[in-house]
Design a protein around this ligand. Structure first.
Ligand code: DX5
Ligand code: ZN
Length: 219
């Protein structure tokens, strides 16, 4: 099995010391930075925008995984590309024409992710799975960090992994929301490749150790 990846979610960081939180991730076993952009329309919360994104991209030394929880995300793709995003993930539920949005992201030569909410059928991705690099399978309803993991995500992860195999796709699965050291192993066993972790990392006593622990699962 190829090693899984860990993507701490900056949303749970202490923004009064953002630079040192970013340095902590730089010096950790984490693989990516997961960056949550919320518009207060698609989800009932506003996270942060351009100035914070600028600060993150200035200090971050790892791949930037940008999760857009905004309506009509095609309006902002170029904007986030200019901040050095490596992967741009849009929500299936937020796009009028997902194929067009996928094309638009690809035009900028960044990786394309599509996120789906816990109540969206996996089968909606059937026609897109060959054209995308990653599915972000939500383990909670998007909007806030620190929510309880929805258990049926494990079964959905397996279903998605079967769909990917059936369609001969190279797409990988990212799990976002409610991930911790308790559920990480079973998610990986069911086909997950990237684990996003927000509160589990940043609210722990020793975030560096927590990241290492998540990274070493399965060793
Ligand atoms: C939820 C965000 C997640 C969140 C994860 O809407 O997309 O990335 O920050 O935080 P935890 O791991 O605390 O659920
Ligand atoms: Zn996210």
């Amino acid at each position: 099995m190829n090693k899984h990846l860990i993507a701490p979610s900056i949303l749970s960081a202490d923004f009064s010391k953002l630079q040192s939180e970013i340095e902590m991730i730089n010096n950790s076993d984490a693989d990516w930075f997961h960056i949550d952009i919320m518009d207060g329309v698609f989800v009932p919360n506003i996270s942060f925008g351009t100035p914070v994104m600028k600060a993150i991209s200035k200090y971050a030394k790892k791949l930037l995984d940008v999760h857009l929880m905004i309506v009509d995300p095609e309006r902002y793709i170029e904007h986030f590309v200019n901040f050095g995003s490596d992967i741009i993930t849009v929500h299936f539920e937020a796009c009028n024409d997902l194929s067009l949005v996928i094309k638009k992201i690809k035009k900028f030569k960044v990786k394309v992710g599509v996120a789906i909410n816990p109540d969206t059928e996996i089968s909606v991705l059937s026609n897109h799975i060959k054209n995308i690099d990653m599915v972000c399978l939500m383990g909670v309803f998007p909007g806030f960090s620190g929510q309880k993991f929805i258990e049926k995500t494990i079964h959905r992860c397996k279903e998605l992994s079967e769909l990917i195999k059936d369609k001969n796709s190279t797409c990988i699965i990212e799990i976002d929301g409610g991930v911790d050291s308790e559920n990480a192993k079973i998610l990986l066993e069911n086909g997950a490749k990237v684990l996003v972790a927000g509160s589990h990392v940043f609210k722990s006593e020793n975030p560096l150790k927590t990241i290492s622990k998540l990274k070493s699962i399965g060793n």
